[in-house]
Design a protein around this ligand. Structure first.
Ligand SMILES: Nc1ncnc2c1ncn2[C@@H]1O[C@H](COP(=O)(O)OP(=O)(O)OP(=O)(O)O)[C@@H](O)[C@H]1O
Length: 276
């Protein structure tokens, strides 16, 4: 069930306190994609501001990850536009969006399992430095790249494990490694898709604290897909709700969290969410 006050709300009508006060970094305009006849994301317009962390919530299958994939370029839109720093990037590839400053958490499948933890991050550092991905043989000469990679690993508490093979890391440590690789790319927009999923309880605070640090930087825009309500409460400056591919609520956390849209979504989800 969708709260009546949000059911017909457009992004321009949302009750967010002062969106105009912060620069728009990333936006979608009437964005959509269909798989067969199914509209997984349907006419979603939203603006994301520098210095703001927006959490995207919604029930399973609501279209959250698909929306992320449209913003980051992993999927091509069937309709609408993606605007980044005032530029229409709808047709840009995922790789070029990354170079522009859109940081999407690397998927586990993008890790190189047979390389060390440090080597994985160093490749991301090197990519940011426009030095390409084919310099493994001489990478030890690039002390500054190594130092930067080590700093990123320290931020996610993986420094001590930097020389271990990536394949032997726990699931939680692999998720931390993804975050370290995103840090290495120095994005202006950070997109986290359930960054603590699969982590043990003691691993979660490192990532939450890191996201707190990122959002404290007024030049950074943070988007977060998250199901865990405690994480949402701790981090959100603003919440948008997707349901059946459509944006059904957008606003200040207190009001959105109290809405039927969120209550219904989370009452349905709580049964399947992990305790971590
Ligand atoms: N490549 C695809 N081909 C066909 N259907 C897809 C594809 N990707 C997503 N879908 C469908 O689009 C809808 C939205 O999926 P999506 O994964 O974006 O939801 P979600 O909100 O991220 O869900 P969850 O919380 O479970 O991760 C679902 O019905 C899903 O089955």
């Amino acid at each position: 069930m969708i709260a009546p006050q949000f059911a017909t709300m457009s992004p321009t009508q949302h009750p967010h306190p002062s969106p105009a006060a912060k620069p728009v970094s990333l936006a979608s305009r009437h964005l959509g994609i269909q798989f067969g006849g199914h509209k997984a994301v349907d006419d979603v317009s939203a603006e994301f501001h520098a210095g703001e962390l927006t959490v995207i919530v919604g029930p399973n299958g609501a279209g959250k990850t698909t929306y992320f994939n449209l913003l980051s370029g992993q999927l091509s839109a069937s309709a609408g536009q993606v605007i980044f720093e005032g530029r229409d990037i709808t047709k840009a590839s995922a790789a070029s969006r990354t170079q522009m400053g859109l940081g999407r958490g690397f998927q586990l499948t993008h890790l190189f399992p047979h390389l060390s933890v440090l080597e994985n991050v160093r490749l991301a550092v090197q990519s940011k430095a426009h030095k390409g991905f084919r310099m493994l043989s001489i990478w030890s000469d690039h002390a500054e790249l190594v130092e930067r990679a080590e700093a990123c690993l320290a931020q996610v508490s993986l420094f001590e494990r930097r020389h271990e093979q990536t394949a032997i890391l726990s699931h939680g440590d692999k998720r931390k490694l993804e975050v370290a690789m995103m840090l290495a790319l120095e994005p202006t927009v950070f997109m986290f898709d359930e960054p603590t999923a699969g982590m043990s309880v003691d691993e979660v605070p490192v990532i939450i604290e890191l996201i707190h640090q990122i959002k404290a930087d007024p030049s950074k825009t943070v988007l977060l897909v998250e199901h865990k309500m405690d994480v949402v409460r701790s981090l959100a400056d603003r919440i948008i709700v997707l349901q059946d591919g459509r944006l059904v609520a957008d606003g200040e956390p207190g009001a959105v969290m109290a809405s039927d849209a969120v209550q219904t979504a989370y009452l349905g989800r709580k049964k399947t969410v992990s305790p971590s």
